[in-house]
Design a protein around this ligand. Structure first.
Ligand SMILES: [Zn+2]
Length: 302
């Protein structure tokens, strides 16, 4: 197992769950100059583009305009003893005209950000997505209302009142190797030249290790062994946790591709990957992904 901190993993944020249940938490923090407010519109975050690109964390006392537009305000936790709130703007075609910043996709700009800022913005984005998807109770269909600082949605139905909690869907992602060879694949929708390790969602009734074996068999037709946990990465794009594994396969077994998901798959020699051109002819996985970490860790083993 690698004790590695992946991008989008929060560390400088104390989630301070005990504060969520205090009814006046949000009210009290909202207009304080100590409070930091991150703003989410659709899946985008608010950035200041006037100087070097940086995320906008507005002091609560300067965020009146944003609070007026916000549909929900969520308490994310404490950063260096300062409350951090996420403001969820309406899901309109265009964002409201704010006096500060511009809305950009975190995943396009993560490399310019401090890792803690990126992690907090990813967290906010994931919670906002959950709010958008759970406006109505899945049990009875009545509207839900936000409670516990935005971390619980409670059904407003008179006879129901069910509590709904944020969802994370686990997915496995696995590096398959055979000695100095590593199996990489390509999905038809990816950027030109983009390659990655295989991945797939957990199904009900499966262990993570079973999912690894099943997904590899389904996608490329081979049977893997020695499935071992590597590390995990939050992936709130929109609602996953990527659980990384390593496993061994044989490069002499025929690859039979699931053409719906896999455009091509191939065993690559370590020496070949070490000189990857990183262009549209061949790209290793994106650098913010656990897929890249799985491959890089293996390349460094030599
Ligand atoms: Zn209900």
């Amino acid at each position: 197992m690698t004790d590695r901190r992946h991008i989008y993993t929060t560390s400088k944020l104390d989630r301070a769950a005990h504060l969520r249940i205090l009814p006046d938490t949000l009210q009290g923090y909202q207009h304080s100059p100590d409070t930091l407010v991150t703003t989410v519109w659709r899946h985008k975050g608010l950035f200041n583009s006037e100087q070097d690109l940086c995320p906008v964390f507005l002091p609560g006392s300067e965020a009146t305009e944003i609070f007026e537009y916000a549909e929900e305000i969520i308490f994310l936790g404490m950063r260096d003893d300062r409350p951090v709130l996420a403001a969820m703007l309406p899901h309109s075609e265009e964002p409201p005209e704010l006096s500060v910043g511009t809305f950009l996709d975190l995943r396009d700009h993560w490399s310019l950000l401090n890792v803690d800022d990126a992690a907090i913005m990813a967290y906010a984005r994931g919670l906002v997505h959950w709010h958008k998807q759970h406006r109505f109770c899945g049990n009875c269909g009545n509207p839900t209302r936000s409670t516990e600082g935005g971390h619980v949605l409670q059904c407003t139905g008179d006879t129901c009142g069910r509590l709904h909690y944020p969802r994370t869907d686990p997915a496995v992602i696995m590096r398959i190797t055979d000695g100095d060879w590593c199996l990489l694949a390509r999905n038809p929708g990816w950027r030109p030249g983009g390659h990655s390790v295989l991945a797939g969602f957990l199904e009900i009734g499966e262990s993570l290790e079973q999912t690894v074996i099943r997904e590899v068999k389904e996608e490329v037709g081979i049977t893997v062994k020695n499935v071992k946990y590597h590390s995990s990465q939050p992936w709130p794009f929109p609602a996953s946790l990527m659980v990384g594994f390593t496993a061994e396969g044989s490069r002499h077994d025929p690859l039979v591709l699931d053409k719906q998901e896999i455009e091509s798959a191939q065993w690559f020699h370590r020496d070949e990957l070490l000189i990857s051109p990183e262009d549209e002819t061949f790209n290793l996985p994106r650098k913010d992904s656990i897929s890249r970490v799985l491959v890089d860790d293996w390349l460094k083993e030599k």
